[in-house]
Ligand binder design. Structure first.
Ligand code: NTF
Length: 833
């Protein structure tokens, strides 16, 4: 075996080959092309060339970290919504000049070439994109840290429209290979499921042996993550599920070819698809399998590296590694880390519990009660029998401890409280069934628990986990979300970035967004406003081009571009937006041509995917397209109002839409949107916000100046009472009129829209859970304020500049610094360039 290893000095990399030659070489030797390149070829050649620089930086960083052995943060997440990599990599590595020039020599433009890349869409929405922004900041801040997740073969479905209805198509994103990943054939771990658990005597010790009935292999793929303005390149390690043996040989020899192939399919099925649900978990067994699969492989991987350096000194583990659980999806890590240290390493329960709780932390991302994951005990006991045992023992200890801790409560009260806080509890809808509450397991098993915006963290403390908060107040924290200013301002809006850099006299704001505050001094400067407006105009022209491409329509580029892009969800209230658009349309229809000329023209864009099984959300999409069909064709009004649904909203589409937006809508029922992060991206790009007093909108308003934001609607504290008083609520006559219009078939599809009307209009039976009717009047008023402000372009531009100037807080660098200091206790470790 020794002979396999070379002792030779490895020569330095090929970094000195000029980029155009290198691109041509890649095309020649990887793809067999010699001239006559297509844009897609240019993308491939460029990416495979850039990849090598990326790997050089990746290797240097990891050699450095290996030598230094710093504490690492591991971000465990079922989703990473990375989007495209070429532009981000080239810019983060500072190679943009070199590669733009190289492509020019070959006859191509960087932007067009970059457009040939497919999005890596291994996430649903906010939670997955946040994870991607966090990786960018972790690398940029030189923090030793990796992401861990699943390499789904099919990411988020592609959304198409057929006659105005959503249809879902598979996202086959890997067909042309993926230059941004590196398969690690030497990094594989077995992951077991099912089977039985036995106690065996080993000397005078009793040991527990789990013999799974099914095993698969987790194969590692590394996705290097370049930091900006630093030599650090960190890593996102994704696991692919493959069969244990290439074929089940015994079955194959016995002539049972079908069974051998089934084995393969069963294994590959684990990492095949991303569940396309946002905010509501899918209680499918395969989902639990996916969760355990990536958690088990990731923990084994970390422990094996730890052991290679520190042997069995596991008390040191919390000083070398910590794990952030991105929502409850990776919560099985509590039981898995226990199992590995107890059964595989042979440590004692108390020691293992201390280590485990020191290493883990949990972030909650939603208050939707239906989103808190609960697995039937039966399912878990069958798939993960040893973990179920461990969770039972944890829960016994926990409830017993609670009994002692709560001994000043009256006995009845105490029993009730303990039952309410038990990790394992009855299903309230089916008394026969017991459930494992994954959020409670995460809270009990973690050192820190955090929400993602100030208001949300308060709801976490005061409502959803209040019982736990009373016992462990210091466990609960807030970490307001952020977004990377690289992708979401500097790279997606280079025109604005260069205006900012020119004005501030430095590009340091890209690493230190607080410097954007320097723009406040120019907010009322007419000459600066004119330059600011020119950038917005250019970006609007690009979006207009896209609308033309998708819908075939020319739009009025002087109109206000009014945008709502996010997952379609009742709590996000796209429906309320549509109602106000219909109202606007009806007002325009009543006006004389002269009056219309004075109205503010709007181009409204709505985009977002509906979970495939979310019927109401799909009806909302159809309502958008149906209303658009009527409005966009109306010769009287079409100069003044348009409504377009842009299909297949994803990261790269957001990169085109956000810089062009003038008004963006964040209108969730107060108390329902944990944070929102696109609001931060819009803010950075100088887009005004109309929104409720919810999620991060509140903090954005604080930073921007509350008078610069169009705030409307009831407050979170009022919601419970308003829901109780639902039956007595008197709707606005304008609302009633709109309900009659939709019900009466003004937009066709009467029957299809009936459930939508009923869902908000039948107050008698306690409908309209998200209180659209309550906020309707104040929303229309806020929209009038928007129009009035837009008529005063200088005031509008002043506000727009104030938004960007106030966005400093919402860089994910700030968020990650807070995690690093308050929760992870990891410090920067930068390799030399
Ligand atoms: C989302 N949660 C929230 O709905 C957003 O408000 C928030 O900005 C992001 O998380 C990121 O924190 C989810 O996607 C999930 F899955 F938890 F419902």
């Amino acid at each position: 075996a020794e002979l396999d290893k070379t002792a030779a000095v490895v020569p330095e990399s090929t970094a000195l080959v000029p980029a155009p030659v290198d691109i041509a070489n890649k095309l020649r030797y990887l793809f067999g092309r010699n001239g006559d390149y297509t844009v897609a070829d240019a993308y491939q050649g460029t990416s495979w060339s850039v990849r090598e620089k990326l790997i050089d930086s990746f290797n240097k960083t990891h050699e450095h970290w290996k030598k230094e052995d710093p504490k690492f943060i591991y971000y465990l997440s079922a989703e990473f919504l990375m989007g495209r990599s070429l532009i981000n990599t080239v810019y983060n590595l500072g190679l943009e000049g070199e590669y733009a020039e190289a492509l020019n020599q070959l006859g191509y433009e960087m932007e067009k070439v970059a457009d040939a890349e497919r999005d890596a869409a291994l996430g649903n929405g906010g939670l997955g994109r946040l994870a991607a922004c966090f990786l960018d900041s972790i690398a940029t801040l030189d923090l030793p840290g990796w992401g861990y997740g699943i390499r789904y073969k099919y990411g988020m479905f592609k959304q198409a429209l057929k006659n105005g209805y959503q249809v879902e198509l598979p996202d086959i994103w890997l067909t042309k290979g993926n230059p941004w990943e590196l398969r690690r054939d030497d990094v594989k771990f077995e992951v077991g499921f099912g089977g039985r658990v036995e106690r065996r005597k080993q000397g005078n010790k009793e040991v527990t042996v789990w013999t799974p009935s099914e095993k698969v292999v987790a194969q590692a793929y590394d996705n290097p993550i370049p930091g900006f303005n630093t030599p650090t390149t960190s890593n996102l390690r994704l696991w692919d599920a493959v069969p244990l043996t290439e074929f089940d040989l015994s079955a194959f020899n016995a002539g049972d070819y079908d069974r051998a192939m089934l084995e393969r399919e069963r294994a590959e099925g684990i990492s095949a698809v991303l569940y396309p649900n946002d905010s509501t978990p899918e209680g499918k067994e395969l989902r639990l399998k996916q969760q355990y699969f990536f958690v088990c492989a990731s923990l084994q991987d970390v422990l094996s590296r730890f052991k290679a350096v520190h042997g069995n000194n596991f008390d040191l583990l919390p000083e070398k590694a910590c794990f952030q659980l991105n929502d409850t999806h990776p919560t099985i890590a509590v039981a898995e880390l226990m199992r590995l240290l107890l059964d595989v390493e042979g440590l004692d329960w108390d020691q293992v519990w201390t280590i485990t709780t020191k290493c883990l932390n949990y972030t909650n991302h939603t208050v939707m009660p239906e989103a808190l994951e609960k697995w039937p005990v039966k399912v878990m006991a069958k798939m993960l029998p040893r973990h179920m045992e461990i969770i039972e023992v944890i829960n016994e200890g926990w409830t017993k401890w609670l009994g002692g801790h709560l001994n000043d409560l009256a006995p009845e009260e105490r029993t009730k409280r303990i039952a309410a806080m038990s990790i394992i509890h009855e299903n309230p809808w089916n008394k026969e069934e017991m459930l494992v509450n994954m959020a409670y397991l995460a809270v009990v098993g973690s050192s820190a628990v955090n929400g993602v915006a100030a208001i949300h963290s308060n709801i976490v403390k005061d409502e959803i986990f209040n019982d736990f908060y009373q016992i462990f107040p210091s466990k609960f924290q807030n970490k307001t979300n952020g977004v990377t200013p690289r992708r979401w301002l500097a790279w997606c809006n280079p025109e604005l970035a260069s205006l900012i850099t020119g004005t501030l006299g430095t590009s340091e704001w890209i690493n230190d967004t607080e410097k954007l505050a320097g723009l406040r001094a120019y907010a009322s400067d007419k000459a600066f406003q004119a330059k600011w407006a020119a950038v917005k105009k250019a970006k609007k022209a690009k979006l207009a081009e896209l609308i033309k491409k998708v819908h075939g329509d020319e739009v009025n580029q002087n109109a206000l571009f009014d945008i709502q892009i996010k997952r379609i969800h009742e709590y996000k209230r796209q429906y309320l937006n549509v109602l106000s658009i219909i109202w606007r349309y009806k007002q325009l229809k009543k006006m004389s041509p002269e009056e219309r000329k004075k109205a503010v023209a709007r181009v409204c864009v709505i985009g977002g995917k509906a979970a495939s099984a979310y019927d109401m959300a799909k009806r909302i999409i159809r309502l958008v397209t149906a209303v658009g069909d009527v409005i966009n064709k109306d010769p009287e009004t079409k100069e003044y109002l348009r409504l377009y649904f842009l299909p297949d909203y994803n990261v790269s589409l957001a990169e085109t839409i956000i810089p062009a937006a003038e008004l963006s809508q964040h209108i969730s029922t107060a108390g329902t949107e944990a944070s929102g992060t696109s609001n931060m991206k819009f803010q950075m790009n100088g887009c005004l916000i109309i929104g409720t007093w919810d999620g991060a909108n509140i903090e954005i308003a604080e930073e921007t100046g509350i008078d610069n934001v169009f705030v409307f609607g009831v407050r979170a504290e009022e919601i419970t009472q308003l829901r109780k008083e639902r039956k007595n609520f008197k709707t606005d006559p304008r609302w009633d009129e709109l309900m009659r219009d939709i019900e009466g078939g003004m937009f066709g599809d009467k029957d299809y829209f009936k459930p939508l009307v009923d869902s908000v209009n039948n107050m008698k039976v306690g409908n309209d859970w998200f209180l659209l009717a309550n906020d309707f009047a104040s929303y229309l008023k806020a929209q009038e304020d928007v129009d009035a402000c837009y008529k005063d372009q200088s005031e509008w531009l002043r506000r727009s500049i104030m938004y960007t100037a106030g966005s400093g807080k919402f860089s994910s660098d700030r968020t990650i610094r807070e995690y690093a200091e308050d929760i992870w206790h990891v410090t920067p470790s930068r390799p030399t360039a």
